[in-house]
Write a protein that binds this ligand. Structure first.
Ligand code: SF4
Length: 434
């Protein structure tokens, strides 16, 4: 029997060093429970999972194989673990977004690197590993089929460390091509979907009533989303998902969202500056219609978490107060801010690198908090400080109280979520100044 430890490395923002209130608001990433489920049953393999985002346990370096998944902000931590593991004689395999985009870099630390979706190549790698002939690189051939995936090994997660709902995914990827979006480019602008019946089976197999869909864009295929929501109505669940503002134009979709139990959406509004949206290839967000479309979510009892990015080339220092004014006037239930970040592999990274504007290649800083490039209309420092200012003002006690009082429904949820974001804002200041 060989022992395999799959690790989600921590980053500087999401790690167990935060308070319990914040970590219990976290949901597990699904990559590792899926890889654990894909271990072929006929192989003599015992698999465990360690999520450093919520679990500060020491890493067990007595295992035979460590598998690490990476995004850019966790890459350096993954490499540190890899070095330590190899010093203990443990074989190291690395996959995930960052390793896929930078395989040569990852190979300097790992014995094997997975490029693309490791679900396709992981079982074959394990067989090779058991036969003492693993390859250095396993590359997805673009043939990932979500209809054949086994049920996730949720039993390997320490559920008590996460929020008390169920995180799941019906689809992956997004057909849009926003310049900064790592997800869309990672999937080659493909939209992959699980059969609706399998998603429903998964929901039926989970007892918690609250579901968090981690699809990048739940309504990317409106017809599929309508079929799924129709099938969810009898299940009487409550659920949230990321989506785009334009779904509010579809009355059938809005009705199905309400009837199937949707009570919250995350929407990438990104900016209140129309030219910033155009340059980011997100002109399908129409600033002039923000108020009207957001109101439709509220009219259907659906709370909105609006996500905004600061640092686009057309952003002047006024963007911070303009965004705050908009959030106040739109009665936004929650807002989340990010500093524009050129993740390797994205068109944004290529453009800024070509323009000589990437000023920091320390992957720890690719966390949407540090400015790792030279903005056009302000200094990097002003961008970071403006970002913190907006966060602090948005989660002032006065504004949070107003949001809770004026919430049409879900007051407790609005209160808890605002307090969680208040705590996160304080932590971001610490991350930026450490
Ligand atoms: S719509 Fe959202 S998920 Fe799709 S490419 Fe744009 S930012 Fe990414």
């Amino acid at each position: 029997m060989i022992r395999v430890l799959l690790i989600q490395p921590r980053d500087h923002i999401f790690n167990r060093g935060r308070g319990r209130f914040e970590t219990t608001g976290m949901y597990p990433a699904l990559t590792l429970p899926l890889l654990a489920a894909l271990v072929p049953e006929d192989l003599p393999i015992d698999v465990q999972i360690l999520d450093e985002g919520v679990d500060a346990s020491a890493i067990d370096f007595t295992v035979d194989l460590i598998g690490l998944t990476t995004y850019t902000a966790t890459a350096k931590r993954a490499y540190t673990i890899a070095q330590e593991a190899k010093a203990h004689g443990v074989y190291v395999a690395i996959g995930g977004y960052h390793a896929s985009q930078n395989p040569d870099e990852a190979l300097a630390y790992a014995d094997t690197v997975f490029i693309g979706q490791a679900e396709c190549t992981w079982p074959g790698f394990l067989r090779d590993f058991l036969q003492h002939s693993p390859r250095r690189i396993y590359r997805e051939a673009g043939d990932l089929d979500l209809s054949n995936l086994p049920p996730l090994r949720r039993d390997l997660l320490q559920q008590r460390l996460y929020f008390r709902g169920v995180a799941l995914q019906a689809s992956r990827g997004c057909p849009n091509a926003c310049e900064f979006c790592a997800i869309s480019h990672h999937y080659g602008h493909r939209l992959l979907q699980r059969p609706v019946s399998q998603v429903i089976d998964e929901i039926n197999g989970c007892s918690p009533r609250t579901l968090v869909f981690l699809d990048p864009n739940f309504h990317a295929d409106p017809e599929y989303a309508r079929e799924l929501m129709s099938a969810m109505i009898p299940l009487k669940k409550r659920w949230v998902c990321p989506t785009t503002l334009s779904v509010a134009d579809d009355t059938t979709t809005m009705r199905l969202m309400r009837e199937s139990g949707c009570f919250g959406v995350l929407i990438g509004l990104e900016s209140v500056c129309p030219t910033s949206l155009q340059r980011a290839n997100k002109a399908f967000n129409h600033v002039t219609r923000y108020y009207e479309l957001l109101q439709r979510f509220h009219d259907n009892g659906i709370a909105v978490l609006g996500c905004f990015v600061f640092g686009f080339d057309d952003d002047t220092p006024a963007i911070f107060s303009d965004t705050l004014d908009f959030i106040d006037q739109a009665n936004m239930d929650l807002a989340r801010y990010a500093v524009l970040t050129p993740f390797p592999g994205t068109p944004l990274f290529s453009r800024l690198a070509k323009e000589g504007r990437i000023t920091d290649r320390n992957w720890d800083h690719y966390n949407c908090v540090n400015a790792v490039f030279q903005p056009r209309q302000m200094s990097s420092r002003a961008l970071e400080e403006g970002f913190l200012w907006a966060w602090q003002k948005t989660y002032s006690w006065k504004r949070m109280a107003k949001r809770v009082i004026t919430a049409h429904e879900h007051r407790i949820f609005t209160l808890a979520a605002n307090l969680g974001f208040f705590g996160l804002g304080k932590r971001l200041r610490h991350v930026l100044h450490q």
